[in-house]
Write a protein that binds this ligand. Structure first.
Ligand code: SF4
Ligand code: SF4
Length: 379
C-alpha cells in the first residue's frame, strides 16, 4: 500500500484550526506562547505533522505556524500541510497569489503536503474550471509542494469519479469518526473504501467530530470508563480513526496542553482497537445516534458570510447539549448561554434565510431549518 507519510511516522497530526485563544470570543486571538509550548511538547514526543489552511483561526493560523513552529525549528524537524480553498479566488492569477501569500505567511520555501480544500460537487467544478489540478501538479514539479492531495466532503460516488479522473493526486483527507462511519450523509466508510480501491492513503479530519465525541452521554462515558478507567473519552474516537489500516495520519485540533498530553500519550506507541473495543464503540454509536439533534462539526465555515452575524455552530452546540440532557434534570445551563450569546450576536430568529451558510456547509446541513428549531427552543 502506498504510504507517502513514511512507515515510521507517528499517526497523530497537530491540526492548527482550533488553537488556544487569548480572547475566548475571538478565533484570531491565538495564544502563540501557549501554542509554542504545545509545539515543543508535540515535537519532543516524536510527532512531526502540522496542518494549517488559509482561513483557519480567522486567517491567522498560518502566521501562528510561522511564529510557533517554522521560525523555531529546522525544516527537517517537521512536515507542514497547507490548503487552497476556492471560496477565496475566482481566477488563476488570484489562486497563485494566495499560494505565494501562504509561503510568506508560513515562512516555508515549500509545503510537504498541499491540498485543494473542501472538494465536493460544486467545488470540484470550480477547481476544474480554473485548472487547479494542473496548477497543483506544476507546484509539485517545481518542488513547492512535495505531495499533493485534496480534502473531501461529499459522497463516495463522486470521490470515485474524481480519483479516476485525477490519478496524479497522492492522498485524500476525509472526515472519519465512529459516528459518521455508517452515516448516509457523510459516508465515511464508503469514501474510505474508495481511497483503498484507488490506493490513496487517507488523512483523517474531524476524528472527534468537532468535540462531539469528547462530550458523549453519561451512559457512553461509563461504558468506556468501565473497560479502560484511565483512557480519556476522546482517545476512543482518535484510536478508532487511526485503526483503519489505510489511515496514515489523524488530525486533532488540540486547544490546550491537557489535550496535547492526552493525545500524544496514547498515540506515541499507537495500539489499534481490539475486537472487544470495536464492539464497545458500536454500542456507543447506537446510543449517541439517538441523542444528537444537529450533526454540526463546528468548522465555522458558515460564520463569516452570515449577514446577520449569527454564531451558527455555537447555537447548534447548545441545542445538541440541550437535547442530550437526560429528562428530569430540571435546570440546564444552555438557555443562559444562549441569552448571553444573543446579546452580542444575531439571534437564531434573526436569520433572513439567504442560504449563504448552506452553500458552504461541508456537512450539507439544513441550517435555516435547524435555526428555527434553535429559536423555538431558546427564545
Ligand atoms: S441563511 Fe440565515 S444563518 Fe444562513 S447566512 Fe443567511 S442569515 Fe445567516
Ligand atoms: S453548520 Fe456546517 S458550516 Fe457551520 S459550523 Fe456547522 S458544520 Fe460547519
Amino acid at each position: 500500500m502506498n504510504n507517502i507519510f513514511g512507515e515510521n511516522t507517528k499517526k497523530l497530526g497537530f491540526g492548527l484550526m482550533r488553537l488556544p485563544r487569548l480572547d475566548p470570543a475571538r478565533e484570531d486571538s491565538i495564544d502563540v506562547e501557549t501554542m509554542k509550548e504545545m509545539v515543543d511538547y508535540f515535537i519532543g514526543q516524536g510527532f512531526t505533522y502540522f496542518d494549517t489552511a488559509w482561513m483557519y483561526c480567522g486567517f491567522k493560523s498560518e502566521n501562528a505556524a510561522k511564529e510557533a513552529l517554522v521560525d523555531r525549528y529546522p525544516r527537517d524537524a517537521y512536515t507542514l500541510a497547507d490548503k487552497l480553498h476556492c471560496g477565496f479566488f475566482n481566477d488563476a492569477a488570484a489562486m497563485e497569489d494566495i499560494f505565494q501569500q501562504q509561503l510568506k505567511k508560513t515562512g516555508v520555501s515549500y509545503f510537504d503536503y498541499y491540498l485543494l480544500h473542501d472538494l465536493g460537487e460544486d467545488h470540484y467544478k470550480k477547481y476544474t474550471k480554473l485548472g487547479s489540478f494542473d496548477w497543483l501538479v506544476k507546484k509539485k514539479e517545481a518542488g513547492l509542494a512535495k505531495h499533493i492531495g485534496f480534502s473531501y466532503h461529499d459522497g463516495a460516488d463522486l470521490l470515485d469519479r474524481i480519483l479516476t479522473e485525477h490519478p496524479e493526486v497522492e492522498f485524500v483527507q476525509l472526515q472519519i469518526n465512529y459516528l459518521d462511519w455508517e452515516s448516509e450523509a457523510i459516508q465515511s466508510r464508503r469514501c474510505y473504501e474508495v481511497c483503498v480501491k484507488h490506493d490513496k492513503p487517507v488523512i483523517v479530519m474531524e476524528p472527534v467530530k468537532g468535540g462531539t465525541l469528547a462530550n458523549v452521554p453519561e451512559t457512553v462515558a461509563a461504558i468506556y470508563k468501565n473497560y479502560a478507567p484511565n483512557a480519556s473519552v476522546p482517545s476512543w474516537a482518535i484510536r478508532f480513526a487511526a485503526s483503519q489500516p489505510n489511515v496514515k495520519m489523524v488530525l486533532s485540533g488540540m486547544g490546550n496542553m491537557d489535550m496535547m498530553r492526552d493525545n500524544t500519550g496514547y498515540m506515541k506507541d499507537f495500539v489499534p482497537l481490539n475486537d472487544e473495543e470495536i464492539e464497545l464503540i458500536q454500542r456507543a454509536t447506537d446510543i449517541i445516534n439517538h441523542g444528537i439533534a444537529i450533526p454540526c462539526t463546528a468548522c465555522s465555515y458558515c460564520v463569516d458570510g452570515c449577514p446577520m452575524n449569527i454564531p451558527i455552530p455555537k447555537y447548534f452546540s447548545l441545542y445538541n447539549a440541550e437535547k442530550q440532557e437526560y429528562k428530569g434534570k430540571g435546570f440546564t445551563p444552555q438557555g443562559e448561554y444562549y441569552t448571553r450569546l444573543a446579546e452580542n450576536f444575531g439571534k437564531a430568529s434573526a436569520c433572513i434565510k439567504c442560504g449563504k451558510c448552506e452553500q458552504i456547509c461541508p456537512q450539507h446541513l439544513p441550517i435555516r431549518e435547524h435555526l428555527e428549531a434553535v429559536a423555538a427552543q431558546f427564545e
